[in-house]
Design a protein around this ligand. Structure first.
Ligand code: MG
Length: 307
């Protein structure tokens, strides 16, 4: 273990995943207008990448039923990447029809979890994305891949890194070069993140790695710092820290965008975000979902210390 100081990136990219990973867990369903408004406000606050929703069956995730319409109504800003999560070719086709140029697919690293959900191993699930990859290549759409439960799963324990390698290789075989390591249930710790991201970057130099954190156990910012020292410069975060697990009441959600922005700026790392704008957006999100968000910057907001 060597937390190399002085090797931090001068700039990081933060993808705002609140409109998808955050809102999909909310009891309050937001109107299309409000979703569009929040996405546009995130871009206004500095987001250069936004996960605007997902294309899944409306019965499975009612909060994401109108992603097509959200994508159509958005005022697109030049230079901003608008992406959505898709589960299969149908979802990718819907994303294309709605004018999106990027989609993300995801697989669970847990074999047990994967077999329970899809009756297939993670590698087999990725192979089922071959039609998605072909469609994207033909239409000039970008395709990225996520690996959920990449560091472990509450019921199973620590995910061995060796279990991740064949999953990465299955993605590479499809031409996917952007992979998100998702700590879905917030079990990763900083030492593990440093070790795993260092080894993954060494082994697969062609991949752009993203770290997707949940703050379930309060370790997300420490994990992001550990990933920074390992050379990772892409992160997912959610406005107001939305994204708590609906099955674990009170559980923290995705790490809050405004907290990542604050930490990065405090360390002299550029994000392109405006912290005050990011906090103001988180406040608006709180009022729309009807409950308090979860971030340190929100708790400080309105005081002189919120900077
Ligand atoms: Mg997530």
């Amino acid at each position: 273990m060597n937390f190399a100081s002085g090797a931090l990136p001068s700039r990081i990219a933060i993808c705002e995943v609140g409109p998808r990973d955050g809102l999909q867990n909310e009891k309050t369903l937001l109107s299309i207008e409000r979703k569009v408004e929040l996405i546009e406000a995130a871009v206004e606050a500095g987001a250069r990448s936004v996960e605007i929703g997902s294309f899944v069956h409306p019965k499975a995730v009612p909060a994401m039923a109108e992603t097509d319409e959200v994508a159509r109504r958005l005022a697109r800003k030049e230079g901003v990447e608008y992406r959505a999560l898709a589960m299969n070719l149908k979802g990718v086709e819907r994303a294309h029809a709605a004018g999106l140029s990027k989609v993300k697919v995801t697989v669970s690293a847990s074999d047990e979890h994967s077999r329970k959900n899809s009756n297939a191993s993670p590698e087999e699930v990725i192979q089922s994305f071959a039609s998605c990859a072909a469609f994207c290549a033909e239409r000039g759409m970008a395709l990225s891949g996520a690996i959920s439960t990449a560091f472990g799963y509450s019921d199973i324990g620590v995910m061995p890194l060796e279990r991740i390698f064949p999953i990465v290789e299955a993605y590479l075989a499809l031409g996917v070069r952007e992979i998100s390591m998702s700590d879905t249930t917030g079990v990763a710790n900083p030492a593990q993140v440093y070790e795993n991201m260092t080894r993954l970057r060494e082994r697969y130099g062609e991949v752009t790695w993203t770290l997707h954190t949940h703050n379930t156990r309060g370790m997300a910012l420490a994990n992001i710092y550990a990933a920074l020292t390992a050379g990772v410069s892409h992160f997912d975060a959610s406005f107001a820290g939305l994204g708590g697990c609906p099955f674990a009441p009170g559980a923290s959600g995705n790490i809050a965008t405004e907290d990542v922005v604050h930490m990065a700026h405090a360390m002299g790392i550029e994000t392109g975000y405006d912290l005050a704008g990011s906090v103001a957006l988180a406040r608006r999100v709180e009022s729309y979902v009807g409950h308090p968000g979860d971030s340190s910057m929100l708790r400080l907001s309105g005081t002189e210390f919120c900077r």
